[in-house]
Design a binder for this molecule. Structure first.
Ligand code: FAD
Ligand code: NAD
Length: 474
């Protein structure tokens, strides 16, 4: 029987980070992962590296360059002749990046002394994990601590089963080998917008069907409306308040049925991406009677420190409550490893940035204006349009808006919302500001380099007190 200090089940961004951090604290660590790619190869990195964040951003970048080469280069006075698409090369690049990064985890495990193990992990009870590799010869691992980091999996709609060809999840949709002439996307959330953008830029006619009446219901609605206007201009079609309830494949086409206020409708498309959310994945993770509890939606129950309530058993990442984001899982991994090492550690769940990597990007942190109104909090608002930002103009991306919300009472920043170029990079200044409970005045008095996109944040903070320099204060 092998003995460890920590056994981590799952090597996604939550699990592999926890494993590395625990090893850095001098612990003897094993990290088990059962991920298998379509070609049968195994890899660490979980959804994020293999089928999520990394491959989607590779395709978003390539498809945006293609779009800009076709429609924007002329404006800069660059003549490139006919711009063509070589999807094979684009996909090879995407796969190459994924391989490099997943291989990187193996290298990091080795460098930190983490024992990476391919196979299934199952918690038998406190201090005991069953490890089953592909050959089926199980082994019992004894350990002081267990960290459950089994991630999540796409939700499948009851009457629209995946057939891996016409009706697919986000992973298959990253690996299309041709551009579908028409594409239906069920769900106007993060995945729907990112993957809808990729295939629309590459030539598909994309229709996004969203059940809710509001677009990006969780985002600040001023920002969401601006984003929607820009996505529509790019050719994405939206049907809001449209709940898809059935999908059938016949003659190589998918017939979708959806319901809106006006009644029942049909939409026929070549392919459909189902992007209606993900569910925690805990299949086969827990033997009977471990004491680890699941909530009604299948998430492993944990407290603020990711303790399951069973002594020395922790759970992190997508399989527990909170937003399903790689950086949230990784920070939980770090916190848990530090707590295991006896250090003081905590995570500020109020300051988790969200980014949608469309063009323009949408990013936010903290409260939306709608949330503040609902909570009866008195606040000040400052906005600044990227149209008046020199760097954005130089980049030919001078659209969108930055918005800062600060408390009327003491000027503390309560939320920042951006739709604009590289919003995902810009938001980080605001995350740090909020982490330190900064005021709008703190950003106002911070020197921002000129000409940079970050000046839009500076100006939005100034606008909170009607002191913007490069805009008319209303
Ligand atoms: P996962 O990454 O799902 O990893 C869990 C791992 O555990 C998997 O490898 C699984 O095989 C393994 N496992 C499960 N059960 C067992 C078991 N019993 N034994 C052994 N191994 C097991 N988030 C962002 O923050 N930014 C983004 O840009 C972003 N883009 C995304 C794009 C797409 C298309 C998708 C689908 C997701 C995206 N996400 C993004 C979400 C992000 O991928 C997840 O939040 C993140 O991967 C969760 O990390 P995790 O470690 O909790 O779980
Ligand atoms: P989501 O929750 O963001 O969006 C799902 C949408 O589908 C919702 O708006 C919902 O109203 C809609 N919907 C549900 N059932 C429907 C139906 N029958 N018909 C029409 N619409 C329906 O989920 P997602 O886009 O699948 O993403 C899953 C998770 O992955 C998210 O939690 C997200 O955080 C994460 N993710 C993050 C990033 C990023 O950080 N950039 C990128 C991709 C995914």
């Amino acid at each position: 029987m092998s003995k460890y200090d920590v056994v981590v089940i799952g090597a996604g961004p939550a699990g592999y980070v926890a494993a590395i951090r625990a090893a850095q604290h001098g612990k003897k660590v094993a990290c088990i992962d059962s991920w298998k790619n379509y070609d049968g190869s195994k890899a660490f990195g979980g959804t994020c590296l293999n089928a999520g964040c990394i491959p989607s951003k590779a395709l978003l970048e390539s498809s945006e360059l293609y779009e800009r080469a076709r429609h924007e280069f002329d404006t800069h006075g660059i003549k490139v002749g006919d711009v063509g698409l070589d999807l094979g090369t684009m996909q090879k690049r995407r796969a190459g990046i994924v391989k490099q990064f997943t291989g990187g985890i193996t290298a990091l495990f080795k460098a930190n002394g983490v024992q990476g193990m391919f196979g299934k992990g199952r918690m038998l009870g406190p201090g005991k994990v069953e490890y089953t590799p592909d050959d089926g010869n199980s082994e019992i691992l004894e350990t002081e601590h267990i960290v459950l980091a089994s991630g999540s999996t796409p939700i499948e709609l009851p009457n629209i089963p995946f057939d891996e060809k016409h009706i697919v999840d986000s992973w298959r949709a990253l690996e299309f080998d041709s551009v579908p002439p028409t594409l239906g996307v069920i769900g106007g959330g993060v995945i729907g917008l990112e993957l809808g953008s990729v295939w629309s830029r590459l030539g598909a006619e994309v229709t996004v069907l969203e059940a809710l009446d509001d677009f990006l219901a969780l985002a600040d609605q001023q920002i969401a409306k601006d984003a929607m206007r820009q996505f529509k201009k790019q050719g994405l079609k939206f049907k809001l308040g449209a709940r898809v309830n059935a999908g059938k494949v016949s003659d190589g086409k998918v017939k979708l049925s959806y319901q809106d206020k006006k009644g029942e409708h049909q939409l026929e498309v070549d392919k459909v991406i189902v992007a209606v959310g993900r569910r925690p994945y805990t299949d086969g993770l827990l033997a009977d009677g471990t004491g680890v509890k699941l909530d009604q939606r299948g998430f492993i129950e944990v407290d603020d420190e990711c303790r399951t309530g069973v002594s020395n058993v922790w759970a992190i990442g997508d399989c527990v409550r909170g937003p399903m984001l790689a950086h949230k899982g990784s920070e939980e991994g770090i916190m848990v490893a530090d707590l295991i090492a006896g250090e003081v550690a905590e995570l500020n769940y109020n300051v988790i940035p969200s980014v949608i990597y469309t063009a323009p990007e949408v990013a936010w942190v903290g409260k939306t204006e709608e949330e503040l109104k609902k909570a009866g909090v008195r606040y000040k608002v400052g906005t600044f349009n990227f149209g008046a930002n020199g760097r954005a103009k130089a980049m030919e991306q001078a659209t969108g808006v930055a918005k800062v919300l600060a408390a009327q009472a003491d000027d503390e920043i309560l939320g920042v919302h951006i739709v604009g170029p590289l919003a995902g990079e810009l938001i980080q200044e605001c995350v740090l500001a909020m982490e330190f409970s900064a005021s709008a005045e703190d950003i106002q008095r911070t020197i921002h380099a000129h000409p940079t996109l970050s000046e839009a944040i500076h100006e939005a903070a100034l606008a909170v007190d009607k002191m913007a320099i490069h805009a008319i204060n209303k």
